[in-house]
Design a protein around this ligand. Structure first.
Ligand code: ZN
Ligand code: ZN
Length: 311
């Protein structure tokens, strides 16, 4: 199952000639999730080769202009092209009023259903095969980070073995796969009888942390992410400015990635003052070598985790 990430922009506060404002799209198993919707998101999605009509849900970290102002335009376009499937929009408290405002600005009454969901700490979306969790960040307004977690695979189900043991093809298969014993006639068949647990695989995890002071408070939620996307508005020499504006430095983002034992770090959401991002990358790599720049239109495909025993 393919898991893909699209960096649609990487700028903070205002766009530059090279950088659009930050939004990130995640594609998994035919679903498309958009994290924040900055100005220019529609065009960036077209350039990245991912359809804005196929977005299933939008997750707003917070309502600062550089994260939100793409919404009225996106909704207007969706309506113009006759979207006819529901759209879920998640955001901090006040999301419903914000969406209404966006519709008013766009001057439309959508023909498709929009469901607004207020974010709370914990699992906000759970579907077969994955879940999306939200957790609070430390910004100067209510702001959330997100982690996408693919379900762990316990092991490989050996169908032939189950059939040989007399288990009828059907729902009992799923029960055994989920770790529950089943009764077949007078006999009990245990999961261990039909599962190869050496083929277990840890589900992939992607965490997105935008607009926050770097803080231990959210390390727990992002721990062991395969990919951590973390804002890095400033270099360390501007730490005072980072503290004042509730943002992070590149070095701090790297420290968080290290503490959370993440595998890879992508920095994004850069101040307009940096034309060249080398200094940000270098200071982060001193702390966490596996750091990269989450630049505009970067696409990443995450391979499945190698088979590793998880039980
Ligand atoms: Zn921002
Ligand atoms: Zn902000």
């Amino acid at each position: 199952m393919e898991l893909r990430l699209f960096f649609l922009g990487s700028g903070c506060s205002a766009p530059t000639k090279e950088r659009n404002l930050t939004s990130i799209a995640l594609q998994f198993h035919g679903k498309v999730f958009l994290f924040d919707c900055a100005e220019g998101t529609q065009q960036q999605m077209m350039k990245a080769g991912i359809s804005y009509m196929k977005i299933d849900a939008i997750f707003f970290s917070h309502f600062h202009a550089d994260h939100f102002l793409g919404l009225p335009g996106l909704l207007a376009t969706m309506n113009m092209y006759e979207r006819d499937v529901p759209l879920a929009i998640y955001g901090p408290r006040g999301i419903e009023a914000r969406v209404e405002l966006a519709l008013k600005i766009a001057g439309i009454r959508p023909d498709f259903e929009i469901n607004c969901i207020e974010l709370k700490k914990g699992t906000v979306l759970k579907e077969e095969g994955f879940s999306i969790n939200a957790f609070p960040l430390k910004h100067n307004t209510a702001c959330f980070g997100f982690s996408f977690k693919e379900k762990d695979k316990l092991g490989k189900f050996i169908r032939e073995r189950a059939i040989a043991l007399g288990v009828p093809v059907g729902p009992l298969f799923a029960k055994l796969q989920s770790g529950k014993a089943v009764k077949v006639g007078k006999k009990i068949v245990k999961p261990a009888d039909v599962m190869d647990y050496s083929k277990g695989r840890r589900g992939r995890k992607v965490s997105i942390v935008l607009d926050t002071r770097a803080s231990d408070s959210y390390v727990e939620y992002i721990k062991e992410s395969d990919i951590l996307i973390h804002e890095a508005v400033f270099t360390s020499d501007l730490i005072d400015r980072a503290i004042e504006t509730f943002h992070s430095t590149a070095r701090e983002a790297a420290e968080i990635a290290k503490k959370a034992r993440c595998k890879k770090l992508y920095l994004t959401h850069f101040s307009t003052r940096y034309e060249n991002l080398e200094a940000l990358l270098n200071e982060a790599r001193e702390v966490f070598p596996n750091t990269y720049i989450g630049k505009d239109l970067l696409k990443i495909t995450l391979p499945m985790n190698p088979e590793e025993r998880i039980v």
